[in-house]
Design a binder for this molecule. Structure first.
Ligand code: ATP
Ligand code: MG
Length: 488
């Protein structure tokens, strides 16, 4: 597979029309978006948690100082220690405290606080923040979070002291800055990595499709043996390959039948034509008596009749397959129709020493059928049964209704059909014993015609046979006809 656009019969395939490109683009943008969203939400969570912890630290300090001011105003040393010494001992996250009396005069202050912060600006910045911390930039470029609160020095009647507490958050700011920097570096990396990974994943996924396409390209009517080896394919594509292979099996089989059919037609047409030609050439080779000419003409006529029957059958078959062919339906008493067929074949059955009976003639089975076609189908079955039943055998024709269908059965006690030949008896030109059937005049089209007639009636034909015991063919068709047009 390649992302390179290739040209097709319809024109040039643009790169964004390829599945590989679309999958890559979808994978890359979805992946990138998810990573950006995840990282951004982590960053926001981190900022909020750090702010919260700084705020808690400051509020904690406020509480400690307030307690010291209110409950132990007589111990100024503890207060001084808290304000002046504790912060000085810290290297990181240093905090600064400033206590102001009601007049704004500084009572106590962490040493160095006035160098770090612009204290005169503080009251303005803190006003309106209702006791929550604010961010402030220090004099040396450092970052601070500052909070202000009040407390009474002793009882409520005592003066109100203002406490200003600032904590150095430069370390935290640095951490967040490094986080942001890494965020942008990783995003840039993802921008390159995701399309690359997406392309390889798409490549893997599409490879079977490409192999199927390549196989399909290799297939032509004379080269139908190609099959897709679906080993290792994902389930969906394996089932596509399987369906494709099955379709090829069907096509190969159909092509084989068609080419065999064409060869059979050519052969079966050539034989009588050659015979006529041979007869004519022999007759014309020298002067003949009237009787010799008559013989030659008679056998030529026989061959011509055979030829014309064959062509007639082929034309009929072609018509049964045409979607434009319709039936001439009429209510038919099926039992009566079967009796007609029996009467027609009675003489030839008797000649062959076979008993021909139509059972269940008393049962009234009326169905909407094309009388001529059904007569022809049943006639073909009876002629087969008689032809393959030895002297003394019995051929039975019977009809009966079954739910919405009418069934016609032709049963014989003849030689039967070998099991391996059974699935092919409906193929055109198929004869179990080609040489023997040929002698008896069979062309191998009779059962194909029966099948064609059944298809026109939207019915089915089934054959069951036991070699040496006999054969039964069952025609089943809807009692109420499905077509109302004419077979011209
Ligand atoms: N009742 C049967 N008993 C035994 N074999 C049969 C029977 N019916 C059909 N067959 C076998 O099936 C083959 C195909 O039958 P089909 O009717 O299509 O052709 P055919 O009888 O040989 O020729 P056609 O019917 O065109 O004159 C026959 O050649 C025969 O070998
Ligand atoms: Mg036949």
């Amino acid at each position: 597979m390649s992302l390179k656009p290739s040209s097709t019969r319809a024109g040039v395939t643009r790169i964004w029309h390829t599945l590989a490109f679309r999958l890559t683009a979808a994978y890359a943008s979805a992946g990138l978006l998810l990573v950006l969203l995840a990282t951004l939400s982590l960053y926001l969570l981190l900022v909020s948690e750090l702010n919260k912890s700084t705020e808690l630290f400051l509020k904690d300090k406020v509480n400690v100082l307030r307690t010291m001011l209110q409950e132990r105003p007589e111990e100024p040393d503890g207060l001084r220690e808290e304000v002046e010494l504790e912060s000085a001992a810290r290297r990181y996250e240093q905090f600064y405290i400033c206590l102001l009396d009601p007049q704004g005069k500084t009572l106590l202050m962490t040493p160095g606080m006035e160098n770090q912060l612009n204290l005169s600006e503080l009251p303005k910045l803190l006003s309106g923040h209702g006791g929550s911390a604010i961010s402030m930039r220090g004099n040396n470029g450092k970052s601070f979070r500052v909070i202000a609160a009040t407390a009474h020095f002793g009882d409520a009647q005592d003066p109100l002291i203002t406490m200003e507490i600032a904590v150095d958050v430069t370390q935290t700011e640095g951490l967040l800055r490094r986080f942001r920097l890494w965020f942008w570096i990783t995003s840039a990396g993802m921008l390159v990595l995701f399309p690359f990974v997406g392309y390889h994943i798409a490549r893997q996924g599409i490879r079977p499709v490409e192999e199927i396409t390549t196989t399909a390209r290799r297939i032509t009517s004379s080269h139908l043996g190609e099959r897709i080896v679906a080993e290792g394919y994902p389930y969906e594509l394996a089932s596509l390959a399987l369906t494709f292979n099955r379709m090829l099996d069907g096509l190969e089989d159909s092509f084989e039948r068609i080419s065999r059919f064409s060869a059979d037609i050519a052969h079966d047409l050539r034989t009588p034509v050659n015979n006529i030609r041979g007869e004519a050439e022999v007759a014309l080779a020298r002067a003949r008596t009237i009787d010799e000419y008559r013989d030659a003409l008679e056998s030529s006529l026989e061959e011509a009749v055979r030829l014309s029957d064959l062509i007639g059958n082929l034309l009929f078959l072609a018509r049964t397959e045409s979607p434009l062919t319709h039936l001439r339906l009429e209510p038919v008493d099926v039992a009566e129709l079967l009796e007609g067929v029996r009467d027609y074949y009675d003489a030839s059955a008797a000649d062959a020493g076979v008993t021909l009976t139509s059972a269940g003639a008393g049962e009234a089975v009326v169905a909407e059928l094309d009388r001529t076609l059904i007569q022809r189908a049943v006639g073909n079955l009876v002629s087969n049964a008689v032809a393959h039943t030895p002297e003394g055998g019995v051929v039975t024709i019977k009809a009966h209704a079954q739910v919405a269908n009418v069934l016609i059965e032709v049963t014989d006690t003849g030689v039967g059909i070998p099991l391996d030949a059974l699935p092919r008896v409906f193929d055109r030109f198929f004869r179990v014993d080609a040489s023997r059937s040929k002698a008896s005049g069979g062309t191998g089209l009779g059962l194909s015609i029966v099948q064609g007639i059944m298809q026109l009636h939207r019915g089915t034909v089934e054959i069951a046979s036991k070699p040496g015991a006999g054969t039964r063919v069952t025609l089943s068709m809807p009692a109420r006809g499905q077509s109302n047009s004419l077979l011209s």
